[in-house]
Write a new protein. Structure first.
Length: 337
Protein backbone atom coordinates (compact mmCIF):
# COMPACT_ATOMS: atom_id res chain seq x y z
CA UNK A 1 0.00 0.00 0.00
CA UNK A 2 1.41 3.42 -1.00
CA UNK A 3 1.03 6.30 1.43
CA UNK A 4 1.22 9.96 0.46
CA UNK A 5 4.21 11.61 2.11
CA UNK A 6 5.16 15.20 2.80
CA UNK A 7 7.77 14.81 0.05
CA UNK A 8 5.00 13.92 -2.44
CA UNK A 9 3.08 17.07 -1.54
CA UNK A 10 6.28 19.16 -1.79
CA UNK A 11 7.06 17.76 -5.25
CA UNK A 12 3.57 18.56 -6.56
CA UNK A 13 3.80 22.14 -5.25
CA UNK A 14 7.48 22.58 -6.20
CA UNK A 15 8.50 23.55 -2.65
CA UNK A 16 10.70 21.94 -0.02
CA UNK A 17 9.50 19.24 2.38
CA UNK A 18 10.32 21.57 5.28
CA UNK A 19 7.86 24.11 3.83
CA UNK A 20 5.14 21.44 3.73
CA UNK A 21 5.95 20.31 7.27
CA UNK A 22 5.73 23.85 8.61
CA UNK A 23 2.51 24.54 6.71
CA UNK A 24 0.86 21.45 8.20
CA UNK A 25 1.93 22.61 11.66
CA UNK A 26 0.56 26.13 11.02
CA UNK A 27 4.04 27.63 11.48
CA UNK A 28 4.18 31.47 11.31
CA UNK A 29 7.05 31.34 8.78
CA UNK A 30 4.65 30.13 6.08
CA UNK A 31 2.15 32.39 4.32
CA UNK A 32 -1.58 31.82 4.61
CA UNK A 33 -1.74 31.26 0.83
CA UNK A 34 0.88 28.49 0.97
CA UNK A 35 -0.75 26.89 4.03
CA UNK A 36 -4.07 26.74 2.17
CA UNK A 37 -2.42 25.15 -0.89
CA UNK A 38 -0.67 22.51 1.25
CA UNK A 39 -3.82 21.64 3.22
CA UNK A 40 -5.98 21.43 0.09
CA UNK A 41 -3.52 19.10 -1.64
CA UNK A 42 -3.09 17.03 1.54
CA UNK A 43 -6.85 16.43 1.64
CA UNK A 44 -6.97 15.65 -2.09
CA UNK A 45 -4.14 13.09 -1.77
CA UNK A 46 -5.55 11.53 1.44
CA UNK A 47 -2.41 12.46 3.36
CA UNK A 48 -2.16 11.14 6.94
CA UNK A 49 0.80 12.00 9.17
CA UNK A 50 3.42 9.33 9.86
CA UNK A 51 3.00 9.00 13.62
CA UNK A 52 5.85 6.51 13.94
CA UNK A 53 8.31 8.96 12.41
CA UNK A 54 6.92 11.76 14.56
CA UNK A 55 7.17 9.69 17.72
CA UNK A 56 10.75 8.71 16.94
CA UNK A 57 11.57 12.39 16.69
CA UNK A 58 10.15 13.20 20.13
CA UNK A 59 11.20 9.80 21.57
CA UNK A 60 7.66 9.04 22.73
CA UNK A 61 4.99 6.78 21.30
CA UNK A 62 2.05 8.35 23.17
CA UNK A 63 0.89 4.86 24.07
CA UNK A 64 0.43 3.14 27.40
CA UNK A 65 0.10 -0.58 28.06
CA UNK A 66 -2.41 -2.22 30.38
CA UNK A 67 -2.20 -5.71 31.85
CA UNK A 68 -5.53 -6.68 33.40
CA UNK A 69 -6.46 -10.10 34.86
CA UNK A 70 -9.85 -10.49 33.20
CA UNK A 71 -12.28 -8.60 30.97
CA UNK A 72 -15.21 -10.97 31.50
CA UNK A 73 -15.32 -9.58 35.04
CA UNK A 74 -17.38 -6.39 34.74
CA UNK A 75 -15.23 -4.68 37.39
CA UNK A 76 -12.10 -4.89 35.24
CA UNK A 77 -14.08 -3.99 32.11
CA UNK A 78 -15.21 -0.78 33.82
CA UNK A 79 -11.65 -0.06 35.01
CA UNK A 80 -10.19 -0.58 31.54
CA UNK A 81 -12.85 1.56 29.89
CA UNK A 82 -12.06 4.41 32.29
CA UNK A 83 -8.32 4.05 31.66
CA UNK A 84 -8.96 4.42 27.92
CA UNK A 85 -11.17 7.50 28.46
CA UNK A 86 -8.65 9.22 30.75
CA UNK A 87 -5.71 8.42 28.47
CA UNK A 88 -7.56 9.65 25.39
CA UNK A 89 -8.13 13.02 27.05
CA UNK A 90 -4.33 13.35 27.25
CA UNK A 91 -3.85 12.18 23.63
CA UNK A 92 -2.55 8.72 24.61
CA UNK A 93 -3.60 5.47 22.98
CA UNK A 94 -3.97 2.31 25.06
CA UNK A 95 -2.87 -1.25 24.33
CA UNK A 96 -4.92 -3.64 26.51
CA UNK A 97 -3.66 -7.14 27.33
CA UNK A 98 -5.29 -9.81 29.51
CA UNK A 99 -3.42 -12.25 31.76
CA UNK A 100 -6.39 -14.57 32.43
CA UNK A 101 -5.11 -14.71 36.04
CA UNK A 102 -2.05 -16.55 34.73
CA UNK A 103 1.49 -15.45 35.63
CA UNK A 104 3.03 -16.77 32.40
CA UNK A 105 0.51 -14.88 30.27
CA UNK A 106 1.24 -11.80 32.34
CA UNK A 107 4.99 -12.10 31.66
CA UNK A 108 4.38 -12.47 27.91
CA UNK A 109 2.07 -9.44 27.92
CA UNK A 110 4.72 -7.33 29.67
CA UNK A 111 7.44 -8.37 27.21
CA UNK A 112 5.15 -7.58 24.27
CA UNK A 113 4.31 -4.14 25.66
CA UNK A 114 7.99 -3.37 26.24
CA UNK A 115 8.67 -4.44 22.64
CA UNK A 116 5.95 -2.07 21.44
CA UNK A 117 7.87 0.76 23.14
CA UNK A 118 4.94 1.95 25.24
CA UNK A 119 5.65 5.04 27.31
CA UNK A 120 4.35 3.45 30.53
CA UNK A 121 2.61 0.34 31.87
CA UNK A 122 -0.38 -0.19 34.18
CA UNK A 123 -0.62 -3.62 35.83
CA UNK A 124 -3.14 -5.42 38.00
CA UNK A 125 -1.22 -8.56 38.91
CA UNK A 126 -2.71 -12.02 38.46
CA UNK A 127 -3.75 -14.28 41.33
CA UNK A 128 -0.68 -16.43 40.62
CA UNK A 129 1.92 -13.66 40.57
CA UNK A 130 4.61 -13.75 43.25
CA UNK A 131 7.76 -13.07 41.23
CA UNK A 132 9.05 -9.52 40.86
CA UNK A 133 11.50 -10.24 38.01
CA UNK A 134 9.32 -8.91 35.17
CA UNK A 135 8.46 -5.75 37.06
CA UNK A 136 12.10 -5.16 37.89
CA UNK A 137 12.79 -5.45 34.15
CA UNK A 138 10.31 -2.63 33.53
CA UNK A 139 12.02 -0.51 36.18
CA UNK A 140 15.49 -1.26 34.80
CA UNK A 141 14.37 -0.02 31.39
CA UNK A 142 13.14 3.17 33.10
CA UNK A 143 9.60 2.63 31.89
CA UNK A 144 7.07 4.18 34.31
CA UNK A 145 5.08 1.45 36.09
CA UNK A 146 1.90 1.81 38.16
CA UNK A 147 0.01 -1.02 39.88
CA UNK A 148 -3.77 -0.76 40.16
CA UNK A 149 -6.19 -2.65 42.44
CA UNK A 150 -3.58 -5.34 43.27
CA UNK A 151 0.10 -4.65 43.84
CA UNK A 152 3.28 -6.64 44.38
CA UNK A 153 5.35 -5.87 47.47
CA UNK A 154 9.03 -5.12 47.06
CA UNK A 155 8.73 -3.10 43.83
CA UNK A 156 9.27 0.62 44.28
CA UNK A 157 6.61 2.22 42.10
CA UNK A 158 3.26 3.95 42.41
CA UNK A 159 0.09 2.02 43.17
CA UNK A 160 -3.60 2.92 43.09
CA UNK A 161 -5.65 0.66 45.39
CA UNK A 162 -8.76 0.79 47.53
CA UNK A 163 -8.47 1.14 51.30
CA UNK A 164 -9.69 -2.42 51.84
CA UNK A 165 -8.79 -2.62 55.52
CA UNK A 166 -10.61 0.63 56.23
CA UNK A 167 -13.62 -0.53 54.22
CA UNK A 168 -13.89 -3.71 56.30
CA UNK A 169 -13.70 -1.75 59.55
CA UNK A 170 -16.41 0.65 58.35
CA UNK A 171 -18.86 -2.04 57.21
CA UNK A 172 -18.32 -4.59 59.97
CA UNK A 173 -18.52 -1.94 62.68
CA UNK A 174 -22.01 -1.01 61.45
CA UNK A 175 -23.04 -4.65 61.08
CA UNK A 176 -21.83 -5.51 64.59
CA UNK A 177 -23.71 -2.50 65.96
CA UNK A 178 -26.86 -4.13 64.56
CA UNK A 179 -26.21 -6.99 66.98
CA UNK A 180 -24.46 -9.52 64.74
CA UNK A 181 -21.44 -11.32 66.22
CA UNK A 182 -21.28 -14.61 64.28
CA UNK A 183 -19.45 -13.49 61.16
CA UNK A 184 -17.48 -15.72 58.76
CA UNK A 185 -15.08 -14.63 56.03
CA UNK A 186 -14.78 -16.09 52.54
CA UNK A 187 -11.25 -14.87 51.84
CA UNK A 188 -9.29 -14.60 48.63
CA UNK A 189 -5.71 -15.79 48.42
CA UNK A 190 -3.63 -14.18 51.17
CA UNK A 191 -0.68 -14.14 48.73
CA UNK A 192 -2.56 -11.44 46.76
CA UNK A 193 -2.61 -7.94 48.26
CA UNK A 194 -6.40 -7.51 48.18
CA UNK A 195 -6.96 -10.92 49.80
CA UNK A 196 -4.44 -10.11 52.52
CA UNK A 197 -5.80 -6.63 53.24
CA UNK A 198 -9.45 -7.74 53.37
CA UNK A 199 -8.62 -10.57 55.75
CA UNK A 200 -6.69 -8.15 57.98
CA UNK A 201 -9.67 -5.80 57.92
CA UNK A 202 -11.96 -8.63 59.03
CA UNK A 203 -9.64 -9.61 61.86
CA UNK A 204 -9.16 -6.01 63.00
CA UNK A 205 -12.91 -5.33 63.01
CA UNK A 206 -13.72 -8.35 65.16
CA UNK A 207 -10.79 -7.80 67.52
CA UNK A 208 -11.81 -4.16 67.93
CA UNK A 209 -15.23 -5.33 69.21
CA UNK A 210 -13.63 -8.17 71.24
CA UNK A 211 -15.41 -10.83 69.22
CA UNK A 212 -13.63 -14.18 69.25
CA UNK A 213 -12.44 -15.21 65.78
CA UNK A 214 -13.46 -18.74 64.80
CA UNK A 215 -10.70 -20.16 62.53
CA UNK A 216 -13.24 -22.54 60.95
CA UNK A 217 -15.12 -19.51 59.70
CA UNK A 218 -12.20 -18.21 57.64
CA UNK A 219 -12.15 -20.04 54.31
CA UNK A 220 -9.39 -19.03 51.91
CA UNK A 221 -9.93 -19.54 48.21
CA UNK A 222 -9.94 -17.61 44.98
CA UNK A 223 -11.95 -14.70 43.61
CA UNK A 224 -14.45 -16.47 41.33
CA UNK A 225 -18.05 -17.77 41.51
CA UNK A 226 -17.08 -21.38 42.12
CA UNK A 227 -14.91 -20.32 45.09
CA UNK A 228 -17.97 -18.78 46.76
CA UNK A 229 -20.11 -21.80 45.97
CA UNK A 230 -17.54 -24.24 47.36
CA UNK A 231 -16.89 -22.18 50.49
CA UNK A 232 -20.60 -21.96 51.29
CA UNK A 233 -21.10 -25.69 50.80
CA UNK A 234 -18.13 -26.41 53.07
CA UNK A 235 -19.68 -24.40 55.91
CA UNK A 236 -23.15 -25.79 55.26
CA UNK A 237 -22.04 -29.41 55.45
CA UNK A 238 -20.19 -28.68 58.69
CA UNK A 239 -23.61 -27.67 60.07
CA UNK A 240 -21.96 -24.56 61.46
CA UNK A 241 -23.34 -21.56 59.59
CA UNK A 242 -22.75 -18.03 60.89
CA UNK A 243 -25.22 -15.14 60.88
CA UNK A 244 -23.26 -13.09 58.35
CA UNK A 245 -20.87 -13.90 55.52
CA UNK A 246 -18.20 -11.25 54.88
CA UNK A 247 -17.03 -12.00 51.32
CA UNK A 248 -13.87 -11.01 49.45
CA UNK A 249 -15.70 -9.80 46.32
CA UNK A 250 -19.08 -9.79 44.62
CA UNK A 251 -18.26 -12.68 42.27
CA UNK A 252 -17.53 -14.95 45.23
CA UNK A 253 -20.71 -13.62 46.86
CA UNK A 254 -22.74 -14.54 43.77
CA UNK A 255 -21.41 -18.09 43.99
CA UNK A 256 -22.50 -18.18 47.64
CA UNK A 257 -25.97 -16.90 46.61
CA UNK A 258 -26.29 -19.83 44.20
CA UNK A 259 -25.25 -22.32 46.91
CA UNK A 260 -27.66 -20.86 49.47
CA UNK A 261 -30.59 -21.20 47.07
CA UNK A 262 -29.55 -24.75 46.20
CA UNK A 263 -29.80 -25.87 49.85
CA UNK A 264 -33.02 -23.94 50.44
CA UNK A 265 -31.72 -21.02 52.49
CA UNK A 266 -33.03 -17.50 52.01
CA UNK A 267 -30.99 -14.29 52.02
CA UNK A 268 -31.27 -12.34 54.31
CA UNK A 269 -33.82 -14.27 56.41
CA UNK A 270 -31.59 -17.31 57.05
CA UNK A 271 -28.16 -15.80 56.47
CA UNK A 272 -26.86 -12.32 55.65
CA UNK A 273 -24.10 -11.39 53.26
CA UNK A 274 -21.80 -8.44 52.56
CA UNK A 275 -18.99 -8.20 50.01
CA UNK A 276 -16.56 -5.85 48.33
CA UNK A 277 -17.86 -4.79 44.93
CA UNK A 278 -19.47 -2.10 42.81
CA UNK A 279 -22.85 -0.84 43.99
CA UNK A 280 -24.20 -0.45 40.45
CA UNK A 281 -23.46 -4.11 39.66
CA UNK A 282 -24.77 -5.67 42.89
CA UNK A 283 -28.17 -4.04 42.39
CA UNK A 284 -28.73 -6.89 39.92
CA UNK A 285 -28.42 -9.50 42.72
CA UNK A 286 -31.64 -10.87 44.24
CA UNK A 287 -31.80 -9.44 46.84
CA UNK A 288 -29.35 -6.57 46.13
CA UNK A 289 -26.08 -7.31 47.92
CA UNK A 290 -24.81 -5.22 50.85
CA UNK A 291 -21.55 -3.84 49.49
CA UNK A 292 -18.31 -2.16 50.44
CA UNK A 293 -18.41 0.02 47.35
CA UNK A 294 -15.39 0.19 45.03
CA UNK A 295 -15.90 2.50 42.06
CA UNK A 296 -13.96 0.97 39.13
CA UNK A 297 -14.31 4.14 37.07
CA UNK A 298 -12.54 6.17 39.72
CA UNK A 299 -9.83 3.51 40.01
CA UNK A 300 -9.20 3.43 36.25
CA UNK A 301 -9.13 7.19 35.83
CA UNK A 302 -6.85 7.71 38.84
CA UNK A 303 -4.44 5.02 37.62
CA UNK A 304 -4.23 6.44 34.09
CA UNK A 305 -3.74 10.00 35.30
CA UNK A 306 -1.04 8.91 37.73
CA UNK A 307 0.86 6.99 35.04
CA UNK A 308 0.74 9.88 32.58
CA UNK A 309 2.02 12.22 35.29
CA UNK A 310 4.98 9.90 35.79
CA UNK A 311 5.61 9.65 32.04
CA UNK A 312 5.79 13.44 31.84
CA UNK A 313 7.66 14.03 35.09
CA UNK A 314 11.08 15.57 35.27
CA UNK A 315 13.65 15.16 38.01
CA UNK A 316 13.62 12.73 40.91
CA UNK A 317 11.32 9.78 41.57
CA UNK A 318 7.90 10.79 42.85
CA UNK A 319 6.22 7.41 43.36
CA UNK A 320 3.03 7.43 45.43
CA UNK A 321 0.81 4.80 47.03
CA UNK A 322 -2.69 6.19 46.61
CA UNK A 323 -5.62 4.69 48.51
CA UNK A 324 -9.20 5.30 47.40
CA UNK A 325 -11.67 5.34 50.28
CA UNK A 326 -14.71 3.06 50.24
CA UNK A 327 -18.37 3.45 51.24
CA UNK A 328 -20.76 0.91 52.73
CA UNK A 329 -24.27 0.39 51.32
CA UNK A 330 -26.68 -1.82 53.28
CA UNK A 331 -28.95 -2.72 50.36
CA UNK A 332 -31.07 -5.81 51.15
CA UNK A 333 -28.86 -8.84 51.84
CA UNK A 334 -28.59 -8.19 55.58
CA UNK A 335 -31.69 -8.06 57.78
CA UNK A 336 -31.76 -4.89 59.88
CA UNK A 337 -32.50 -5.68 63.51
Amino acid sequence: MAYTTQADIAKRLNVTRITVSKALRDHPDISVEMKNKVHELAVKLDYTPNLIAKNLTVRKTFTIGVVTPDLENSFFAYVTDSIIDAASEKSYNVFVTVSRENEQHEKLNIHNLIGMRVDGILVCISQQTNNSEEFQLIKNKKIPLVFFDRKLEGIHCSSICFNDRGGALLALDMIIQEGYTKIAHFAGYSSVSIGRERLLGYRCALEKKRIKINPDWIIEGGFELNDGYNAFMKLYHQNNLPEILFVVNDRVALGAYHAAREVGLNIPEDIGMVAYGFNETVQNFTPPLAVINQDPRKLGRTAAERLIQEINRTGSDNSQNIEIEEEFFWNNSIKRK
